[in-house]
Write a protein that binds this ligand. Structure first.
Ligand SMILES: O=P(O)(O)OC[C@@]1(O)O[C@H](CO)[C@@H](O)[C@@H]1O
Length: 461
C-alpha cells in the first residue's frame, strides 16, 4: 500500500497508515454520496440553477450541456464506469499546467488499475466530480461563456442572505454584548466563544442544508450554540488557549484559517479572524481559500469579498452588528491585517501530508497557527483513511502538519480520530447518524512538526 501519492519527502503520521475510504459499501455515506447524492441532489440542483444560462451558452466552441450530461451519465453508472484522465485543458498559465499535471499524477494509479467511481478512494472521486464540472463549463477557457463563472453562485448567495438573523445575533453576542472578551488577559471566555462560533458555523453547510429565504428572519444558530458543549466529542480548547496566550505575549502571531464554506460559515470564520486580531493573538490572519468552485459552497476569495461588501452595505438600523462588522472587516483587509490566498492544493484530494510546494514551505516558515475548518478539510487531514477513532490527533496529524494546527469540525463523514471511547459510545447511543449529520463536533489541537523552530535554531547556531 502506498501512503503517499506525491512521493515527496514530507513528514508522515506517526502511526501505520490505514486504508482509504472507498464508496463500495452499500449503506455507508460514502456509497450514498457517490452512487446517488452527487448526481441526484448536487448536480440536479446545479442544473436547475444554471440551465437557463447553459442553454444560451452552448456554442460551437463548447457544448456545456453535452459535457455536463456526460458527467452525469458517468455518475449514474458509477459502479461500472472506470475513471479516466482529465481532458487536456486550455493552458493559459504555468499554474494551470501544474494543476493539470498534479491531477494526472493523482489519477494515474486508479486509471491504470481500471478503478471505477466507487472503487477508487472516495476523496479522489468526490473532488474529481467538481473538477470535471469546472472543465465541462469551460471555467478556465477564456473562449467559453462559462469562463470564471461560479455554477454555485445562486446557492452561495442564498446562504449569505438567508442567514442574516443568525449572523446579527452571533456578531452582537461576540462583539457588543461581551466587549470585555477582547481585553481579557487570560483569553478564557473570548477564545472559547470565537472558536465555538466558527466550529458550529460548519454545521450550516449548504450541500447538506440548502438555504432558502424563509430562514432570513430566524436565528437558528443560537439554539445550536446553546447545545454546543454537550455535542463536543473532544475539546482541546485549553491547549489551544495556551498556544494563543503565548502568541499574544510575543506581540501576536501569523494565524491562518483554512476556510471551508461560504455563506454563514464564512461569516463565523470572519468573526473568529476579527477576534484573533482584536484580542492581540494575531497580527495577521491569512484566509486560505479554494482556487475554483468545489463542494458546492466552498469559499473562494471572491466569495469572501462579496460577503464583506454585502455586510458593509447592510442597513445600520436594522442590522447594527453586521453593518459594523462589515466596516471593520474592510478596514482589516485594507490595512493588510487580513490577507487572502487561493491555492490549487485546497481544491485537490491530496492527503494533507502530501501538501505541495510552495504552500508547505510557506506554512513552515510563516504560520504560527492554522485553523482547519470543516469536514472535507478534516478528511484530508486524516488522508480520508480509516483510523481508529481513538488514535491520538497528535500522532495522526500533529506529527506531520507543517505548523501548529487546530481542527474545528462537525462530523459529516464516517471518519475520525482523537476521540475518547466513552464519547464515541455516548454519541452512538444518542444518534445512529452521529458521524454524518453534523450534530457532533470536535476541537483538536496538534503541535505540527516543529520544523520552524528547528530552522531558527539552526540559523542561530
Ligand atoms: O466540508 P464540509 O462542508 O463540512 O462538509 C462536506 C460534506 O458535506 O461533503 C462530503 C460529502 O459529500 C462530506 O465530507 C461532508 O459531509
Amino acid at each position: 500500500m502506498f501512503p503517499s501519492i506525491t512521493n515527496n519527502n514530507n513528514p508522515l503520521p506517526n502511526l501505520p497508515i490505514p486504508p482509504s475510504i472507498c464508496s463500495t459499501e452499500p449503506g455507508t455515506w460514502a456509497y450514498d454520496t457517490m452512487s446517488r447524492r452527487v448526481d441526484a441532489e448536487i448536480l440536479q440542483r446545479t442544473w436547475d440553477d444554471n440551465q437557463h444560462h447553459w442553454r444560451q451558452w452552448s456554442t460551437e466552441h463548447i457544448d456545456v450541456i453535452k459535457r455536463f450530461e456526460l458527467l452525469r451519465n458517468e455518475l449514474q453508472n458509477a459502479a461500472t464506469t472506470p475513471l479516466q484522465h482529465l481532458e487536456k485543458p486550455v493552458i493559459t498559465s504555468s499554474q494551470r499546467e501544474k494543476e493539470y499535471q498534479e491531477w494526472q499524477q493523482i489519477l494515474e494509479p486508479y486509471v491504470s488499475n481500471k478503478d471505477t467511481w466507487l472503487t477508487a478512494p472516495w476523496m479522489v472521486t468526490e473532488f474529481l466530480v467538481y473538477r470535471k464540472l469546472m472543465q465541462a463549463i469551460g471555467y478556465w477557457d477564456p473562449q467559453s461563456p462559462g469562463y470564471q463563472q461560479d455554477p454555485f453562485r445562486a446557492q452561495k448567495q442564498a446562504g449569505l442572505h438567508s442567514s442574516i438573523a443568525s449572523a446579527e445575533s452571533v456578531l452582537a453576542k461576540l462583539f457588543y454584548q461581551t466587549p470585555e472578551v477582547f481585553h481579557e488577559e487570560s483569553l478564557e471566555a473570548g477564545l472559547a466563544l470565537a472558536t465555538s462560533i466558527a466550529l458550529w458555523g460548519n454545521k450550516m453547510d449548504l450541500s447538506l442544508w440548502p438555504a432558502d429565504k424563509e430562514h432570513r428572519n430566524s436565528d437558528i444558530f443560537s439554539k445550536i450554540l446553546d447545545q454546543a458543549s454537550q455535542n463536543l466529542l473532544h475539546d482541546d480548547t485549553q491547549v489551544l488557549r495556551h498556544h494563543c496566550q503565548m502568541l499574544k505575549e510575543r506581540g501576536g502571531g501569523q494565524v491562518d484559517i483554512i476556510v471551508d464554506n461560504a455563506g454563514f460559515e464564512l461569516v463565523t470564520d470572519l468573526a473568529l479572524a476579527h477576534y484573533l486580531i482584536e484580542s492581540g493573538i494575531a497580527t495577521t490572519v491569512t484566509f486560505q481559500l479554494k482556487s475554483h468552485p468545489t463542494f458546492v459552497s466552498d469559499a473562494l476569495e471572491k466569495d469572501l469579498l462579496e460577503t464583506l461588501a454585502y455586510y458593509e452595505q447592510l442597513d445600520a438600523a436594522e442590522f447594527p452588528a453586521c453593518h459594523a462588522a462589515g466596516q471593520k472587516w474592510r478596514h482589516f483587509l485594507k490595512e493588510g491585517q487580513w490577507k487572502c490566498h487561493e491555492d490549487n492544493f485546497w481544491a485537490q484530494p491530496y492527503a494533507m501530508w502530501d501538501m505541495t510546494e510552495p504552500l508547505r514551505s510557506d506554512l513552515v516558515q510563516r504560520c504560527d497557527l492554522a485553523f482547519v475548518k470543516g469536514d472535507a478539510n478534516y478528511r484530508r487531514l486524516l488522508g480520508d483513511r480509516i483510523w481508529d477513532y481513538t488514535a491520538p490527533f497528535q500522532d495522526v496529524v500533529g506529527a506531520y502538519f507543517p505548523c501548529p494546527v487546530c481542527a474545528l469540525r462537525t462530523l459529516k463523514a464516517e471518519i475520525g480520530c482523537g476521540m475518547d471511547a466513552e464519547q464515541v459510545n455516548r454519541a452512538q447511543e444518542l444518534d445512529d447518524q452521529w458521524m454524518v449529520n453534523g450534530r457532533f463536533g470536535v476541537v483538536h489541537f496538534g503541535t505540527g512538526t516543529h520544523e520552524r523552530e528547528e530552522h531558527s535554531k539552526a540559523r542561530n547556531n
